[in-house]
Design a binder for this molecule. Structure first.
Ligand SMILES: [Zn+2]
Length: 346
């Protein structure tokens, strides 16, 4: 990481598995320094699909799909396992935080996964589900969820809060809402005169996004995997890129996290989410493979390498790149009275 961890980190995520898929290397790297790391999860992923192929270790779990409470309980255990692999010891479900505006005795909110549909086969982009379940996170009033999150931030006092960019990473309505809730929580803290943490958004430079897809498709190991596991497919190399992909030249102030040193922990955390993530594999960089004709990106020779892959329930392989990227959306915490109420969101 080109900005060494110091002070606390607080990550805000929509569902179990997002902490690993979107920010796994950052969490593991930060936790390894001994600095405090907190993960807040807004829902329990109870509307999601369940990977339960006959003959697989999760084959007996097929009945969880569609059974919200049972799936929520199971995903809580998967999440606990993943966090243990990442070294994260502090976890909070957002709906368990007392609503500052309510009598806690009456407060029995349960935020649930709002559901989603894949935009199209082979496209890692999601859209809203046809109907919303009770308690859907996207229907929770923005200030209610933000006030709970602000209370968590106030109690932990992290140096950095990290979540998705406003497009929600890959478009899931709960991810978009999680990004909105996080920004609003920081606004509430600024209005109350609290010191603000930095806000980081997980992104991916567009040139890296294209190169890692090509390298995935060209990997010898991946081509062998596709031959032996016929239901897996590759991402569409010319397909629409998800919202987290941003033009490299517009990135500005970026924190780059090396995945390699913590790749074992990240892949183990992915495997802990067995009902959501499949074929999570660590590979060695395929420097001499057929994808190497892409060459390094301009002056950034170790970028664009892949160090593994995984697939979600849509059976489309996704690369694990050699780096995670974060844009810093707020300036350093304000030091003076004049700027403390003006977070200057960019
Ligand atoms: Zn999610």
């Amino acid at each position: 990481m080109n900005d060494p961890a110091r002070g606390g980190l607080l990550a805000v995520h929509a569902h179990p598995d997002d902490e690993t898929l979107a920010t796994g290397a950052l969490l593991a790297t930060w936790a390894a320094t001994g600095e405090p790391v907190t993960v807040v999860t807004c829902t329990r992923g109870e509307e999601g699909e369940v990977i339960a192929r006959p003959g697989s270790p999760t084959a007996g779990l097929a009945t969880l799909e569609g059974d919200g409470p049972a799936l929520a309980a199971h995903r809580e255990t998967e999440l606990a396992g993943a966090l243990a692999h990442l070294g994260v010891r502090d976890h909070v479900f957002l709906d368990t935080v007392p609503d500052p505006a309510q009598d806690s005795v009456q407060d029995s909110a349960r935020y649930t996964d709002s559901g989603m549909a894949w935009a199209a086969p082979g496209i890692a982009r999601s859209v809203a589900a046809a109907s919303l379940p009770p308690g859907a996170f996207v229907a929770v009033p923005l200030d209610e969820a933000a006030a709970r999150l602000a209370a968590v931030v106030r109690s932990r006092r992290p140096r950095v809060v990290v979540t998705y960019e406003p497009g929600g990473g890959y478009g899931h309505p709960d991810h978009v809402r999680t990004s909105e809730v996080t920004s609003r929580a920081l606004q509430l803290l600024a209005e109350a005169g609290d010191d603000l943490p930095e806000l980081w958004h997980a992104v991916l430079p567009d040139d890296v996004a294209r190169v890692v897809r090509r390298r995935l498709a060209a990997s010898t190991e991946v081509r062998e995997l596709l031959r032996s596991v016929p239901y897996l497919t590759l991402p569409d190399l010319d397909g629409v890129l998800p919202p987290l992909v941003v033009p490299a030249e517009q990135l500005g102030d970026v924190v780059r996290v090396d995945v390699g040193p913590v790749a074992g922990a990240v892949v183990a955390a992915m495997r802990a989410h067995a009902t959501q993530v499949q074929h999570a594999t660590c590979s060695t960089p395929d420097l001499e493979g057929p994808g190497s004709q892409d060459g390094p990106l301009d002056g950034r020779e170790d970028e664009g390498m892949i160090i593994g892959w995984y697939a979600l329930s849509n059976d489309v392989l996704a690369p694990i790149g050699a780096h995670e990227y974060y844009v810093v959306r707020t300036p350093r915490p304000p030091r003076t009275q004049e700027t403390s109420s003006d977070p200057q969101y960019r």
